[in-house]
Design a protein around this ligand. Structure first.
Ligand SMILES: Cc1cc2nc3c(=O)[nH]c(=O)nc-3n(C[C@H](O)[C@H](O)[C@H](O)COP(=O)(O)O)c2cc1C
Length: 139
């Protein structure tokens, strides 16, 4: 079966599969890299990980794939913005953020040239996200 490409923001994935972000060290570098190597979007779930470990996970994933890598973070994290900054510095391709909603995140993504994809639970929030510059939404 021929699957279509998935396009949003500056992302073009060969197959329309975004791996789920699973914290508690389930969605780490090896899983994300495996998905990215198949042409999907691999996701490292960073919630609950110290920032040094997040940086290391992204670095390891980048040694395992040249494909598309995203991170999934809970907005309600105490160190949310420090975490996002670190993942941008490590060269992540896309940011998925849920468990809360940050208006500021869209400006940060725009400045870095990285698509921001919020996880939303209502049509109202999806519309607000669109206005703020979301590249896509996860429903
Ligand atoms: C162990 C585990 C950890 C998860 N951690 C996250 C997370 O950090 N961020 C997130 O957005 N979703 C998280 N999820 C949800 C998944 O990304 C996904 O949306 C969900 O598992 C899909 O459908 P389900 O309801 O059948 O589990 C987690 C799921 C599991 C099973």
């Amino acid at each position: 079966m021929e699957l279509p490409q998935l396009k949003f923001g500056n992302i073009v994935a060969k197959i329309p599969i975004i791996q789920g972000g699973m914290a508690v060290r389930v969605s780490t570098a090896p899983l994300a890299a495996a998905v990215a190597n198949e042409g999907g979007i691999g996701v490292i779930a960073v919630s609950g990980m110290p920032i040094d470990e997040i940086r290391e996970q992204i670095r390891v994933a980048k040694t395992l794939t040249k494909g598309i890598l995203g991170i999934n973070a809970m907005v309600d994290l105490r160190e949310f913005f420090e975490t996002i900054k670190a993942t941008i510095e490590e060269g992540i391709d896309v940011i998925f953020a849920g468990a809360g909603f940050s208006r500021d995140l869209f400006a940060i993504g725009k400045e870095a040239g990285i698509p921001v994809v919020p996880i939303v639970s209502s049509a109202r929030l999806a519309k607000i996200a669109e206005r703020l510059g979301a590249a896509a939404v996860v429903v």
